[in-house]
Design a protein around this ligand. Structure first.
Ligand code: G3P
Ligand code: CA
Length: 255
């Protein structure tokens, strides 16, 4: 899905620089702008629905307040998740709705699903996620390279649980620790990729080659500045996650 060896562009929380993050409109815009992949964060509601929300609470990204894991989907639907950013109202987005949008799009697009880990739920997030990926027929791809879904997480335990239950599904271990930079954390859990922040990549560019030598791809976030896009292209980063996919795609034409 990448173009001529250049990094492929992942829309971080949708085209979230232009529209409210994690809304249907932000993802539709990212797709229309030609993004190769979409990134989302998922959390479980009190009634065990997977919703696309980054924070533990809805306070920053909606007109309401409350803890996601203590609210039902019906309660979340009472709130507006769009106006705070762009003045356009939007409902909370479920993972089911985002998977449907992604898989129905007229060209292949990859969905990078980040599991957030409310302590009270333990492995329930991964269990619910795998059930849904099975339901959509994307939990057992023919190969990691042909997968339409990638599970990403800062949690080694979370990645390991996915690998154990769905060994072909690609996974990316996110983070900036020495064990991520050195590759030992990814090896320990069998992740197919590593996901450093762009700040860490600037300090440790060698991690890309180290990951490649171990057969792993590098996914870098959040790449919104032109020099960082150039750096990622020069190093052979496979995926760049950005809040501005249209801008990054334009820059990639000339790097
Ligand atoms: O894509 C990875 C990146 O999203 C991790 O950080 O806090 O934005 O979820 P965060
Ligand atoms: Ca994320």
């Amino acid at each position: 899905m990448s173009r001529s060896g250049k990094p492929a562009v992942v829309a971080h929380r949708g085209a979230s620089g232009e529209m409210a993050e994690h809304t249907l409109g932000a993802y539709e815009l990212a797709l229309r702008q030609g993004s190769d992949g979409l990134e989302c964060d998922v959390r479980l509601t009190a009634d065990h629905e997977l919703v696309c929300i980054h924070d533990r609470t809805i306070d920053r990204t909606s007109d309401g307040s409350g803890i996601v894991s203590e609210m039902t989907l019906a309660q979340l639907r009472e709130h507006d998740f769009g106006s705070w950013h762009s003045g356009t109202q939007a409902s909370v987005l479920t993972l089911r709705e985002l998977l449907t949008l992604t898989l129905d799009w007229h060209r292949p697009v990859r969905l990078f699903i980040e599991t957030k880990h409310p302590v009270r739920y333990g492995s329930l997030v991964e269990t619910a996620l795998l059930e849904m990926l099975h339901e959509f027929g994307v939990a057992t791809p023919p190969s990691a390279d042909h997968s339409r879904a990638v599970v990403i997480s800062f949690s080694s335990a979370g990645v390991w649980r996915i690998r154990r239950s769905a060994p072909i599904l690609p996974t990316i271990l996110l983070g900036d620790t020495a064990r991520i930079i050195g590759g030992t954390a990814a090896t320990a859990v069998g992740a197919t990729g590593v996901g450093p922040s762009v700040e860490t990549l600037r300090l440790h560019p060698e991690l890309v080659d180290r990951a490649a030598a171990a057969g792993r791809v590098t996914y870098c976030w959040t790449v919104d500045e032109k020099p960082d896009v150039q750096l990622c292209a020069d190093l052979g980063v496979r995926w760049v996650a950005t809040n501005h996919p249209a801008r990054v795609r334009d820059w990639l034409v000339t790097v």
